[in-house]
Design a protein around this ligand. Sequence first.
Ligand SMILES: Nc1nc2c(c(=O)[nH]1)N[C@H]1C(S)=C(S)[C@@H](COP(=O)(O)OP(=O)(O)OC[C@H]3O[C@@H](n4cnc5c(=O)[nH]c(N)nc54)[C@H](O)[C@@H]3O)O[C@H]1N2
Ligand SMILES: Nc1nc2c(c(=O)[nH]1)N[C@H]1C(S)=C(S)[C@@H](COP(=O)(O)OP(=O)(O)OC[C@H]3O[C@@H](n4cnc5c(=O)[nH]c(N)nc54)[C@H](O)[C@@H]3O)O[C@H]1N2
Ligand SMILES: [Mo]
Length: 752
Amino acid sequence: MADGSGIETKVTSSHWGAFEVDVENGRIVATRPFAHDPNPPRIPDIIPQAVYHHTRVARPSVRRGWLTSRDRTGRGSDAFVELPWDEALDIAAKELDRVRKAYGNEAIFGGSYGWSSAGRFHHAQSQVHRFLNSIGGYVASFGSYSTGCAQAIMPHVFGVDFLKLLYEHQDGWHTINEHTDTLVMFGGINPKNAQVSMGGITEHETATWFDRFAAKGMRCVNIAPQRVDAPEGCEWLPVRPGSDTALMLALAHVLESEGLTDHDFIDRCTTGFERFRPYLMGETDGQPKSPDWAAPICGVPAGTIRELARRMAATRTLITVAWSLQRAEHGEQPYWMSAVLAAMLGQIGLPGGGVGYGYGAIGGVGKSLIGLRGMTFSQFENPVKKVIPVARIGDMLRHPGQPYDFNGRRETYPDIRLIYWAGGNPYHHHQDLNALHEAWQQPECVIVNEPWWTATAKRADIVFPATTPYEREDIGRSNMDDYLFHMPQLIPPVGEARDDYAIFAALAERMDAGETFTGGLTAQEWIPRLYEDYRRLAAEAGVEVPDFEGLKHQNWVRLPIRDNTPNRTLFAPFRENPDDAALGTPSGRIEIFSDRIDGFGYDDCPGHPVWLPPTEWLGTATPQAPLHLVSPQPGDKLHSQLESALADQPGARPERVVIHPDDAVARGIADGDLVRVFNARGAARARALVSDGITPGVVALPTGAWYGDPGSNIDPHGNPNVLTRDKGTSRLGQGCSAHTALVEVSRADAAG
Ligand SMILES: Nc1nc2c(c(=O)[nH]1)N[C@H]1C(S)=C(S)[C@@H](COP(=O)(O)OP(=O)(O)OC[C@H]3O[C@@H](n4cnc5c(=O)[nH]c(N)nc54)[C@H](O)[C@@H]3O)O[C@H]1N2
Ligand SMILES: Nc1nc2c(c(=O)[nH]1)N[C@H]1C(S)=C(S)[C@@H](COP(=O)(O)OP(=O)(O)OC[C@H]3O[C@@H](n4cnc5c(=O)[nH]c(N)nc54)[C@H](O)[C@@H]3O)O[C@H]1N2
Ligand SMILES: [Mo]
């Protein structure tokens, strides 16, 4: 609203929540928290600087070496030539056309993973996929970096899509607050991560729930390498990363050896316990998976494991597992084993008991909402059927035509000649970036739509400047949020930026697919149309929402779609009657042993959960690489977004690496020292943050710093992905295994 000062204030939405924006003379001058958010994040504070930052892509840009000689080697080091829009669009359309005619659409990679921005219409992935489908298709990707491994394994165990399990079935916060006595959190539940949720999160409530849990005396146990992985006041059991399966097996061993297993539940609701039990008790390999066996592996004393197992059996216990545990080699195992442990406790289907995944990973998990549908911009059918597991892009580029295994199938990698990326930053998100940089020279052309000169944009051949959400109109809504936003266009596009939609419409037109892509409508026409569909579907579900003009006028509305009863309970009908409400697994039961997985014959993911030591963990530490690196999400932002403005702040870069005092002293490192974090794959500069809140032998360097320019033997900003390994979690899941890495740390001056 205008207040007479010439400043207009509007609310907009983002992945990190709603916030107020002050606009003066067509410029964003300030942001403020949204009044109805109990725990507003500070992430939007930097928006005014970021939106106008000198790292914005001002005009369409083509890499000089590619423009003059189709060179592929200068990506990342070459200069760019700015061109008028029409010329750059002509060049890109011609190149797309050349590649599809010469090699077929199977030579175009459009997996284009990334979070881009909130807003339903201008969602970059939907836009790029729709465009590529309009011109004959593209190689797509399966799953996410977040949960790729869980998305593959958990349907075998529970017979339901993993994300549906999280968003539609798991116990809600109300249920947990009402019924849970003991909350056992593998990987913690971190309010820092709950700041964000894909598509938007308005009321940040995770921290508030923990205040309530503390007030009612719930016992909350944080099993994680860092104390801050759960809110203050939780009990902390420091663990060695990658060892949770051993700890879970030991808890199960106590249950079974002390007669605490719920055999009635096991008999009625599960299959295959008799094939797992001999492994658990050591009858197959001579090694009982006892607390004494697990203690040196995971670093938790045997007595503590016994006491915790007894407590879990004696009280209503919810086991939660962070997504980070499956972003590691053999990430399938702790996920599967947590389900087996919960089944042995026999509380699955009871309110506040059983197991749940990713509480705290994003702010939306745990909110019980009535789901609404609509506001989906069709991506069309993809005529190309080739799909790679999302985190296997490096292997795909390195091994065209080579076979690989994935979830029971033998596939071959496509031969990619052109990459189109919109809305993601692989030079943020992928592992072993120095190796990716090598593989990235394979394709003949790389096209990127991006608002900022990220490391990925710098490694493209053609860069189209994209608008940010503040420069276009949209609707903000998410299935995990109970607010609805009209996101007004707040400012004109910065530089010559255009919406992804406009970029793709112009390319499609040049490729005789203009009408297919746009359907004859402008963005301004599509948005009300999609909104009216949503409004109609909402009305069918009994929820009234304003018409488009009404929403525009109100800016935002709170929807009456919350389920505030303590009733949302995972698999309650199944527990009640496992025949009538059978699960979608082959047996209709929870699969402790899976014949299907067993039939795949994978040694890295056999027929029941097992302890498989990772290739890199403290158990395989060497003098060259003695420390385990975890690389969690950054607390002050979303991934690599807004990095350019944040990095300008005094002392912000290089990024901080958390190190235990014992490990720091042994290396002559003091708090605040500049250090070098390194292994055989690469090196990053960082600043030491010495803290006893981390397991000894473990260091934590968050993701998000932009990867530096090639030619330097050390990443100057502290990007952990120069250190991480680029291997699938297993042949089953093929997920990202970023949390599995060993490194050494030294003082920067000592190491040079
Ligand atoms: N070591 C390590 N690595 C990890 C992880 C880890 O735990 N450890 N976690 C992984 C996980 S879970 C994830 S999800 C990934 C995240 O990785 P990404 O999702 O790739 O990271 P973002 O920085 O969010 O990238 C989004 C990009 O889209 C751009 N963008 C924003 N809005 C628009 C738009 O409207 N149009 C266009 N064209 N572009 C836009 C932003 O500027 C930004 O560059 O990282 C993964 N990488
Ligand atoms: N502020 C902010 N929030 C975010 C994001 C962001 O970029 N910024 N990104 C969002 C995205 S895309 C995702 S996928 C989620 C990710 O959510 P998570 O996967 O839960 O988050 P991480 O930060 O990777 O890891 C959480 C913690 O797990 C611990 N950990 C690592 N390895 C192990 C292990 O082997 N065992 C145990 N027990 N603990 C381990 C680490 O100490 C780490 O701090 O976060 C989301 N939330
Ligand atoms: Mo993620």
